[in-house]
Design a protein around this ligand. Structure first.
Ligand code: SF4
Length: 333
């Protein structure tokens, strides 16, 4: 079966978001989707399911100060994932045939001076793992760009948001000219080397940019990037003040796929349930002294899944305030 996100990708970027919201808000979709998900969860829990996607937080340090980020509320220390811990977790994920590893969570991955080594390590263990990360590209040097192209990194998501330098600075407190130069150089290097990886996705997170700015952004990047994405800002499960999201409470919700699909490992080795849990309020295990499967099957993780499955998300820290509605499309093929 073809997934909803795959179908939506066929639509022009300008109308994709509106069409998606209309479908997700319909009663029929919510009803059918909820029934289908209940069936999927029952099947999953009857077998030995394991994470399909792992987020390994290379670092939670950041060089930006974005309007839509709750960084000021993060109380856990900043740091970089130790190479020994990283290799240990990757080795286990390879043994589990993990499908995808993402090297971002809450921070800017390029601030990890071992980021290229980490990418190379994963690809040396298994070429088939889909490997990607989000970056603001401010620190994307020529050397790093060459390493990324050589490493066969699969995809890089670059958050840019604007084409106007002043508006961009207002959103991210970074210099747009530097970022654009770095992105163009990465594209040039990839083209010079006549390879098609990494795929370069250029992303706009909509805070308060008017339609004209969004359209100008799409026009500027759609002939250069492999994909342009436009997404709405979110309020980090009600943890970020000042980001307005209309009508959260009336949104139709269903059990969240992340709890059955994704493993989030913070830079210090502790594991949590989701990127929204940026401060680690739902720690479900510690990869420093537990295996990936220990953590995945821990009592804490199972108890959280049970609450979610029983539609009691108000009993789960962070999820209780969440406005996201991730789809289960990874299971429909
Ligand atoms: S409900 Fe929200 S906070 Fe909870 S796991 Fe899903 S996306 Fe994360």
């Amino acid at each position: 079966m073809v997934s909803l996100p795959s179908l939506l990708k066929l639509l022009p970027c300008r109308i994709r978001g509106r069409v998606k919201r209309t479908i997700l808000d319909s009663d029929l979709f919510a009803y059918l989707n909820t029934r289908w998900i209940a069936h999927l969860i029952d099947n999953l829990e009857r077998g030995n399911y394991k994470p399909r996607v792992a987020y390994l937080e290379a670092t939670n340090k950041c060089n930006a100060n974005c309007l839509m980020c709750p960084r000021e509320k993060m109380t856990r220390p900043t740091g970089v994932m130790d190479m020994g811990l990283f290799k240990n977790v990757v080795n286990q994920l390879v043994d589990l045939n993990i499908e995808e590893i993402r090297l971002h969570n809450f921070g800017e991955p390029l601030l990890d001076e071992n980021i290229a080594k980490k990418i190379n390590y994963i690809k040396s263990r298994d070429q088939n793992i889909k490997l990607n990360f989000y970056t603001n590209a401010y620190s994307l040097s020529e050397e790093l760009a060459r390493e990324f192209v050589n490493s066969k990194l699969d995809r890089i998501f670059i958050s840019i948001d604007e084409i106007d330098p002043d508006a961009y600075f207002k959103i991210r407190k970074l210099d747009l000219e530097t970022v654009e130069k770095n992105v163009m150089r990465l594209m040039d290097i990839r083209n010079e080397m006549k390879v098609d990886k990494p795929e370069i996705y250029v992303c706009l997170t909509r805070v308060d940019q008017p339609d004209s700015s969004v359209n100008a952004f799409i026009d500027k990047w759609q002939t250069r990037a492999d994909m342009v994405t436009v997404g709405g800002a979110h309020d980090w499960a009600s943890q970020k003040d000042g980001v307005s999201i209309n009508g959260i409470n009336r949104l139709k919700k269903w059990p969240c796929v992340y709890l059955w699909n994704d493993l989030y490992v913070l830079w210090d080795g502790r594991a949590t349930i989701c990127c929204e849990d940026f401060d680690g309020l739902n720690i479900v295990g510690d990869l420093n002294n537990e295996t990936v499967l220990d953590v995945w099957n821990s009592g804490k993780f199972k108890a959280i899944r049970k609450l979610m499955k029983e539609n009691k998300r108000n009993g789960i820290k962070v999820c209780s305030g969440c406005s996201l509605r991730p789809l289960w499309s990874c299971y429909d093929e």
